[in-house]
Design a protein around this ligand. Structure first.
Ligand SMILES: Cc1cc2nc3c(=O)[nH]c(=O)nc-3n(C[C@H](O)[C@H](O)[C@H](O)COP(=O)(O)OP(=O)(O)OC[C@H]3O[C@@H](n4cnc5c(N)ncnc54)[C@H](O)[C@@H]3O)c2cc1C
Length: 762
C-alpha cells in the first residue's frame, strides 16, 4: 500500500526527461510520416501527439480522406501521387482496407510508428511550454499526458512543429501570420477581400446507418431548428456522409485557435439540426430506420497560423509552376479557398482553381526564418494564404515533412542547422536521399554515385515495344472527347489504326496535341487536326499525322466527341499508358473547361481526366512502327514513375520468364538492393469513406526472385504489393552478377520495373 501524509504547499507531477535527435510535435499525417522517415534515416525521434491516435484530420476522430496532387483524379496532374512513406501507407491501407474504414487506418498508422524502434511515441500528450537555450533556439519542450499524469521534458537539437496551429512556433517566438495577405504583397490576384473573408473555418461530420427497424430521434436542445434556411442545405442529400459534409463549415470569421471550442459547439448545433430535420421534418423519404452512427467530437481544423520561412510559397509559384533549386517536394491540389462565413454564406462552399500541372515546393518554406533549429511541417509551412489553399492537403503536408525528416538527418550527421542546407551541395544531397526513399521531385532525377548498378552492364530477357494493343476490349461511345496518351520518343509519330463503330455515316475529328509546358499533361498545344469520313458499321481506320517529335514526351491523340461513334478499347494495361476524357469531376471542378474570371491570375484550360478502374481502358490500336519506350536504360535513369516517358523497363508480354541481369567486371559486395515497382501513381487512393475496386494495384509485380552469379536465390518475394522493396542482406553477397526474375502481374499486364539500386557498405 502507498500512503502519503499531507504535504505543505503543493505536490509536483511525476516528471520524465527524454533526449532524442528530433522532437516532432503533432502526430497528424505530416508528423507521422516525418517521424517514420526520420527514424528510418537513423534519428532518435520523439513524436508527441495530444490525441488518442495518429493521423490528425485523417484519423477516425475526424475522418477526412487523405488527398494530394492527384486531386481525386479530377485535374490534369498525371502520375502525381506523393511518394515515400505517405505512399507506403496509402498502398498498405488499400491492401488492408479498400473499403475505407477509418478505424483500420488508425491501427495501420499506430503499427507503422510502433514498428520503428527509433521512435518514442507519446500519445495523449500535449505540448504546452518550452525552454530556450538562446533567444533564437529552443532547448526543450514541456508536455503533459493526463492519462499517466506525467510531465515530459523533451530535449533535442532539432524540433519540428507539425501541430497544425503551431504551438511550438508560437511559444518559441517564430514569425507567423494568420489571415490573408493583400493582393499587392505577392502580386496574388486571387487573394480574397474582407467580403469573402481571410480564414477557412472548421468542419464536423456525421455518419448514419440503417438499423433495419424504425428509430426515433429526439434532437438535443442545442440543435439548430432553422437548418433549412442554410443556403447550402438546399442541395444536401442523404448520401452526404462523413467528409462529403465538408461544407458544414464555420469559424472563418473568428480566431480559429482560441475560439475552437465555440466553433465546435456551433458545428454540433448544425449537425444535430441537420439530423433533426432529416428525421423529423417529413421532407425526407425512407428515413424511419436511419440512425446516427457517429458524430465527430473534434472538429477538423483547416487554417490558423502560417509561419514564415526563408521563402513564402505564393499563388505565382503554384500557377506558373515556378522552379526552385531547393525543391524537395511538390503540390498539385487546387488553390482552394472557402468563404469565411462557411455554411452561413450564400457563396459556393469552396472556390478551386487548378494549375496546368504540379508545382515544386522549396525547402526554404520548411524552417522558421528566425528560430534556428525549428522545422515547419504540415499546413503551417511558409506559404501565403492563397498558396496554403493548395499546400494544405494531407498528402502534400506529409510529403513536405518527409523532406524535413531527411533534412534533419543531414543536419544531425553533419552538425548543421536547417538553414545551412540551402547551399547547393547540401540541397543536392538532400534531393538524392529523398528520391531514393521514393519522394517525387518534379524535374529532378536521382544522381547517386554510390549506386553499384550504375557501373554494371545490364541485360534483359526481352523489351516491350509499343506496337499493338489487342482489339479485345469493350466499345467506348465518344459521348465525351477521348484521348489516348502515347509516350513518343524523338522521331516521326507513326500512324495509328483504330477500330470504330458508327451508327450512321459521319466524320471523326482527330486532333494531335501536347502540352505547352514540357512535363505537363494539359493538352493545350494543338499540333495538327484531321477529319476522316466514317462509314456506317464497324471497321478499321488509320489516323495519319505528319508530326516529327523533337523531344521525348506524351502526345495526346484526341478523338473529338461524336454521338454516332464508338471506339474499341483493349483489355491490356501498360505501365505509363493512359486514356483521358474531356470531362470533369464535380468533386474538384465545375466544368470541363476551367474558366476563371478575368484578372485573378489563374489559367483557362481544359480538363482531360482518366476514368477510374475497373473502367479506364486504353484504346485498342496498331501503330505503323513500334515505339521503343520501355528499354532497359530506364532502369538507371533515376526516375521512378512516368514523367516525359514511362521511365520503366517493361518485358514483352510473351516473355515466359522476364529477367534483368546486372553484370560487373569485378565481384561486388552488395549489402542492399532497392527495387522500384509500378503502383500506379495516377491513382489517388483516398484513405477513408470512398472505397476502391481493388486491394492491390494491378501493375505491381507480386512475385520475383534475386539470384547471384552462382544461380543461388539470395532473395525471393511472393506477395509484394508495395512500390519500393528494400532488401537488406544480413550477410552481404559477393557476386559478379545479379539476376532479378520477375513474374508478370497478370495476363493483361506485362512485368515492369522503374529502377534498381545496389549498395555496398554505407
Ligand atoms: C473539413 C476539412 C476538409 C479538408 N479536406 C481535405 C481533404 O479532403 N483531403 C486532404 O488531404 N486534406 C483536407 N483538408 C486539409 C487537411 O486536413 C489539413 O490541412 C491537414 O490535416 C494538415 O495536416 P497537419 O498534419 O499539419 O495537421 P493535423 O492533421 O491537424 O495534425 C496535427 C496534429 O497535431 C496535434 N497537436 C496539435 N497541438 C498539439 C500539441 N500542443 N501537442 C501535441 N500534439 C498537438 C493535433 O491533435 C493533430 O493530431 C481538410 C481540412 C478540413 C478541416
Amino acid at each position: 500500500m502507498k500512503k502519503e501524509d499531507p504535504v505543505k504547499g503543493k505536490r509536483n507531477l511525476y516528471k520524465e526527461k527524454i533526449e532524442s535527435d528530433l522532437v516532432i510535435v503533432g502526430g497528424g499525417m505530416a508528423g507521422t510520416c516525418c517521424a517514420i522517415t526520420a527514424a528510418r534515416a537513423g534519428l532518435k525521434v520523439s513524436l508527441v501527439q495530444d490525441r488518442l491516435v495518429l493521423g490528425g484530420n485523417a484519423s477516425s476522430e475526424i475522418r477526412l480522406w487523405i488527398l494530394g496532387a492527384t486531386s481525386h483524379m479530377g485535374n490534369n496532374n498525371r502520375w502525381a501521387r506523393e511518394g515515400g512513406v505517405i505512399n507506403e501507407i496509402l498502398i498498405e491501407n488499400l491492401y488492408r482496407n479498400p473499403e475505407g474504414n477509418p478505424l483500420i487506418l488508425d491501427a495501420l498508422l499506430l503499427e507503422k510508428v510502433d514498428s520503428e524502434s527509433n521512435i518514442h511515441l507519446l500519445l495523449n500528450t500535449s505540448v504546452y511550454d518550452l525552454e530556450k537555450r538562446a533567444e533564437d533556439q529552443i532547448d526543450s519542450v514541456k508536455a503533459f499526458c493526463s492519462q499517466n499524469s506525467t510531465e515530459y521534458n523533451l530535449k533535442a537539437p532539432l524540433f519540428v512543429d507539425a501541430s497544425g496551429d503551431g504551438i511550438l512556433g508560437f511559444l518559441s517566438g517564430a514569425a507567423f501570420r494568420m489571415g490573408a495577405e493583400l493582393k499587392s504583397e505577392f502580386d496574388e490576384k486571387f487573394a480574397p477581400d474582407q467580403g469573402y473573408g481571410e480564414l477557412l473555418g472548421h468542419s464536423l461530420y456525421f455518419y448514419s446507418k440503417n438499423t433495419g427497424k424504425p428509430v426515433k430521434f429526439v434532437a438535443p436542445a442545442f440543435a439548430n431548428k432553422e437548418i433549412a434556411k442554410l443556403p447550402r442545405f438546399k442541395s444536401y442529400n442523404l448520401k452526404e456522409d462523413g467528409c462529403r459534409l465538408w461544407w458544414v463549415e464555420y469559424g472563418g470569421r473568428t480566431d480559429t485557435i482560441h475560439a475552437s471550442e465555440e466553433i465546435k459547439w456551433e458545428l454540433w448545433r448544425i449537425i444535430y439540426g441537420i439530423w433533426d430535420y432529416v428525421k423529423n421534418s417529413g421532407k425526407y423519404q425512407d428515413v424511419a430506420n436511419l440512425t446516427l452512427e457517429w458524430v465527430g467530437t473534434i472538429p477538423g481544423k483547416r487554417e490558423s497560423r502560417r509561419f514564415e520561412g526563408d521563402y513564402m510559397l505564393t499563388q505565382k509559384d503554384v500557377v506558373e509552376q515556378r522552379e526552385h533549386a531547393d525543391a524537395v517536394s511538390f503540390g498539385g491540389w487546387a488553390l482552394d479557398l472557402h468563404p469565411a462565413d462557411g455554411v452561413y454564406s450564400d457563396k459556393p462552399g469552396c472556390t478551386q482553381w487548378h494549375s496546368k500541372g504540379v508545382y515544386q515546393i522549396p525547402y526554404r518554406t520548411m524552417y522558421s526564418r528566425n528560430i534556428k533549429a525549428l522545422f515547419l511541417g504540415g499546413r503551417l509551412i511558409s506559404a501565403s494564404h492563397v498558396a496554403f489553399g493548395s499546400s494544405r492537403v494531407m498528402s502534400t503536408c506529409a510529403h513536405n515533412t518527409q523532406a524535413v525528416a531527411i533534412a534533419a538527418s543531414l543536419c544531425i550527421n553533419n552538425k548543421l542547422l536547417p538553414a545551412d542546407l540551402v547551399q547547393d551541395q547540401w540541397i543536392k544531397t538532400l534531393q538524392s536521399q529523398l528520391i531514393q526513399t521514393g519522394q517525387y521531385l518534379p524535374k529532378i532525377n536521382l544522381v547517386e554515385k554510390k549506386d553499384l548498378a550504375q557501373g554494371a552492364e545490364i541485360h534483359v530477357s526481352s523489351e516491350y515495344h509499343l506496337l499493338e494493343l489487342p482489339f479485345d476490349g469493350s466499345w467506348k461511345p465518344l459521348e465525351f472527347a477521348m484521348a489516348q496518351m502515347i509516350p513518343v520518343p524523338v522521331g516521326k509519330l507513326p500512324s495509328l489504326t483504330l477500330k470504330i463503330k458508327a451508327k450512321s455515316a459521319t466524320t471523326l475529328r482527330a486532333e494531335l496535341r501536347n502540352s505547352q509546358k514540357l512535363g505537363n499533361y494539359t493538352p493545350d498545344h494543338h499540333i495538327e487536326q484531321i477529319t476522316i469520313p466514317i462509314l456506317k458499321g464497324e471497321d478499321f481506320y488509320t489516323l495519319k499525322f505528319n508530326y516529327q517529335n523533337d523531344k521525348p514526351q506524351y502526345i495526346f491523340i484526341c478523338l473529338m466527341d461524336n454521338d454516332e461513334l464508338e471506339v474499341q478499347c483493349t483489355n491490356t494495361r501498360l505501365t505509363g499508358l493512359l486514356s483521358v476524357f474531356h470531362k470533369f469531376n464535380k468533386a474538384v471542378a465545375t466544368s470541363s473547361i476551367q474558366e476563371p474570371p478575368l484578372n485573378i491570375g489563374i489559367d483557362t484550360f481544359e480538363f482531360w481526366v482518366p476514368e477510374r478502374r475497373p473502367e479506364g481502358h486504353n484504346l485498342a490500336f496498331r501503330l505503323e512502327h513500334p515505339l521503343k519506350v520501355y528499354g532497359k536504360e530506364n532502369l538507371l535513369n533515376g526516375i521512378f514513375r512516368p514523367t516525359l516517358q514511362p521511365n520503366a523497363w517493361m518485358s514483352d508480354r510473351s516473355d515466359p520468364s522476364p529477367e534483368l541481369k546486372l553484370e560487373w567486371v569485378e565481384p561486388q559486395t552488395i549489402h542492399k538492393v532497392n527495387l522500384y515497382f509500378d503502383t500506379d501513381f495516377d491513382h489517388p487512393l483516398e484513405s477513408t469513406l470512398m472505397g476502391h475496386p481493388e486491394s492491390e494495384i494491378p501493375f505491381c509485380v507480386k512475385s520475383y526472385r534475386i539470384k547471384d552469379d552462382m544461380g543461388k536465390i539470395v532473395y525471393a518475394q511472393k506477395d509484394n504489393h508495395q512500390s519500393i522493396n528494400t532488401i537488406n542482406f544480413d550477410l552481404p553477397i559477393q557476386t559478379k552478377k545479379l539476376v532479378v526474375e520477375l513474374d508478370h502481374p497478370s495476363d493483361n499486364i506485362p512485368a515492369a520495373l522503374f529502377g534498381i539500386l545496389c549498395y555496398g557498405k554505407e
